[in-house]
Structures are given as C-alpha cells and as structure tokens.
Write a protein that binds this ligand. Structure first.
Ligand SMILES: Cc1cc2nc3c(=O)[nH]c(=O)nc-3n(C[C@H](O)[C@H](O)[C@H](O)COP(=O)(O)OP(=O)(O)OC[C@H]3O[C@@H](n4cnc5c(N)ncnc54)[C@H](O)[C@@H]3O)c2cc1C
Length: 367
C-alpha cells in the first residue's frame, strides 16, 4: 500500500493539506510550478472571521483590514448590511501563502517549487504515492485522470490602487449586467490606503479585461482610477459548481480546493471551503494509511458539512446572475421592505446560508 503523499499545487489548499499530513506523521511533498507560489496575486482575500477560525492557521500576520459589512448596489437600490462588530478580515494573499508554506515546512512537509507536474511526472507520482490535486481551477490532475468537469467558470479581472476609500470597513458589490454579466463588480478597501476594484463575468461573455474597462467608467469607480496610482492588476478564473466526485479511491487520487470546485458560487470565495477540504482530505489519507479506511471518507465528510451550503449558494447565485436589472431592483426593494438589512447585519453569515435561514425562521417563531 502507498504510504506517502505527493500534493500538486502550493496554494492555500495544497499547503494546508501538507501541513496537516505532516503533523499526522505522513511523509508529504508539495510541488508547485511557480518559483514563488501565490505570486503574482490574482485574487482577493476576504475571509469570514468564523471561517478563518476553522483553518488552524496563524493568519494574523497577513491581515490588512477588518470589514464590518457589505453594500450591495442593485440598479438604483442600495442594500446596506452592517454588523455591530467585525465579520471579516482582508488578508494579503501572498503573505497568507508564505505563512501557509512556513507552517507546512515547520510541520515537516517538503515543498518543491519551480516544478510543473504533468504527463510522465504525474503518472510516476501517482504510481508511487497517494496523489492530491490542489492545482487550482484548471486542474491538470483532474484532466489527466479523467475527473468530471467543473460546471462553469467566471473570468475575473482585478486591480489595486493606492487610494484611500472614504469608508474603510465596507466592501461594495455592484450587480449590473452592463459591466459584469453573470457575476458582479466590487470595490474593496484592502487596507486603509489601498482600494481594490474588480469584476467577474460568466465565461460565455468572453474577455474579462474588456468588461473591466467598462467597469472603470462606472461613477463610483472612475474616481479611484483617475486619482489613485495603479499598484497591480491581472486576470484569473473562479470555478462555479463542485465536480460530481473528487476522489478516485481505486487510484488513490484526491482533489482539494478550487481543483474540486470547493468554492462558494455566490461570491467566488474558496479559501474556507477549500481549506476545510484540505483538513478532511488529510484526515482521510491518514486513516487510509494507518487503518486501511476508504479515501471516500474525505468526500463524505466534506459533503456532509458543505453540500447543503453549496446548494444554497448555487440557488442565490443563479437568482442574481439570471435576473435582469429591473427584476433585481424589484427583489432589492422587497429585501429592504422586509427589514432584511438589519436582520442580515445582525444574523448574517457569509459562508453558511443555511444558518441565516434557520435564524430567520427562529426569529419569526420568537415574535
Ligand atoms: C478575483 C478573485 C477574488 C477572490 N476573492 C476571494 C476572497 O475574497 N475570499 C476567498 O476565500 N476566496 C477568494 N477567491 C478564491 C480563492 O482565490 C481560491 O479559492 C483559492 O486560491 C483556491 O486555493 P487553491 O489552493 O485551491 O488553488 P490556487 O490558489 O489556484 O493554487 C493552485 C496552485 O497550484 C499550482 N499549480 C497549478 N498547476 C500545477 C502543475 N501542473 N504543477 C505544479 N503546480 C501547479 C499553481 O501555481 C498554484 O500555486 C478569489 C478568486 C479570484 C480569482
């Protein structure tokens, strides 16, 4: 039986998997094609405080800001969801990756950078070791070993500007098909003096850069572009929808994180769901090596905890991405009229819609 693990991809999911495995005493090597995994930065880092607590990381050194809520712009309507205390942190993604790598190496995992794993090397690793594909949305491991496809992809483009936003504790989301068809645009105070602007579009609408140029002209955004100094910009991809399965127990291959599609379809946030995937994958691999238990236990445990949340995120995603501007405005008006702004400010949960729904009904019963 195979007794060591090769992880392809040194993003957060791969490194959390490696750290956990090393802590459990399993020999683990992580490979990444990049010289500096995580660089250049092509994704934001808004993470719920409760979700971060589940990952077991010393993330505080990567924190750049604290968020208390979100403002949703839906046509002419604005929905303000503000909590009484901080609900999320913004993390520097490169710093987070560095911290994850340090923690994995300190635990005893080996990290090999500058090494693309595909073709012959992939077959060689898979025949000698348990293989974990943590190689992101466009996963070579998933393609090479014939895993089912991801449902759809969102193409993103984001840029950071040296610009102080008037409100540094709220992220703003813009639902408007004229610059972000099938997703949304955002302005985020990455820190007190740095603003990030970005958009996502359903891949069927093509090039995210072209849509981003339209977003730059939007009233709230143009001032940032005009007065701020551009720090960094670039495109990336978000998977929408889980793979139908993400464990091949016969060949002892597991996918985690974006490679498995463990991403919230509403926002594209994947670090918490993928990080928990990493946690469960490591536990299942350890039990497999020690006691011969099935690697499927990983997929079962992850689905038990997150499948319901993924379904709800998918429902809300298909609602906002399919409705036109006018209908969305009607929904926004109804949401406000039902007093949902203050309810969500008090009882919202960015990761777990099922908890919010439960709280909504409990509140109704308590009245
Ligand atoms: C614009 C944008 C904004 C986002 N905002 C947020 C947010 O606010 N909060 C949040 O939680 N999530 C956010 N996400 C999602 C988040 O970035 C991903 O869910 C997360 O990065 C997934 O981590 P991962 O380790 O699974 O994959 P990745 O971070 O994609 O890491 C995969 C690694 O595998 C390596 N690799 C790939 N192929 C190979 C190969 N063949 N051989 C060797 N190495 C390989 C890559 O170099 C890379 O380092 C955002 C994403 C985007 C695009």
């Amino acid at each position: 039986m195979k007794s060591s693990v090769a992880v392809v991809g040194a993003g957060t999911s791969g490194l959390i998997t490696a750290k956990r495995l090393a802590e459990l005493g399993v020999g683990t090597t992580v490979y990444d094609q990049k010289k500096t995994p995580g660089f250049p930065i092509r994704a934001s880092g808004i993470l719920s405080i409760t979700g971060l607590g589940t990952l077991g990381l010393q993330y505080k050194k990567a924190m750049t800001n604290t968020l208390q809520g979100a403002r949703l712009h839906v046509g002419k309507e604005r929905i303000d969801i503000r909590a009484e205390k901080p609900v999320a942190y913004v993390l520097d993604r490169l710093k987070l990756n560095e911290l994850c790598m340090e923690e994995a190496e300190d635990a005893g995992a080996k990290v090999v950078t500058n090494t693309k794993v595909d073709g012959g090397l992939l077959d060689e690793l898979a025949s000698n070791e348990i293989l974990v594909g943590a190689d992101g949305t466009v996963s070579t491991v998933a393609r090479h070993f014939g895993f089912p496809p991801i449902g759809k992809h969102i193409l993103t483009y984001r840029a950071e500007y040296d610009y102080r936003l008037p409100e540094s504790d709220m992220v703003e989301l813009f639902f408007d098909n004229s610059f972000a068809p099938g997703f949304f645009g955002w302005i985020c105070p990455n820190s007190k003096g740095i603003a990030e602007i970005g958009i996502g579009v359903d891949s069927k609408h093509g090039n995210s850069r072209a849509w981003f140029e339209k977003f730059k002209k939007a009233p709230d955004v143009s001032e940032i572009v005009r007065s701020g100094k551009l720090i960094d910009e670039g495109a990336s991809v978000i998977p929408v929808g889980l793979r139908r399965h993400f464990v091949d127990s016969d060949r002892e291959i597991l996918l985690v994180g974006d490679a498995a599609g463990q991403v919230k379809p509403t926002t594209g946030g994947g670090i918490i769901f993928g990080g928990n995937g990493a946690r469960y994958a490591a536990g299942a691999i350890d039990s497999h090596i020690r006691h011969g238990e099935s690697l499927m236990e990983y997929e079962r445990k992850w689905r038990r905890e997150f499948a319901k949340e993924m379904k709800l995120h998918s429902f809300f995603y298909s609602l906002y991405s399919s409705l036109g501007k006018k209908k969305l405005e009607v929904v926004a008006k109804a949401v406000k009229a039902a007093g949902m702004e203050s309810f969500l400010g008090r009882y919202g949960d960015m990761d777990r819609p099922s908890v919010v729904i439960k709280r909504f009904f409990l509140r109704g019963l308590a009245k």
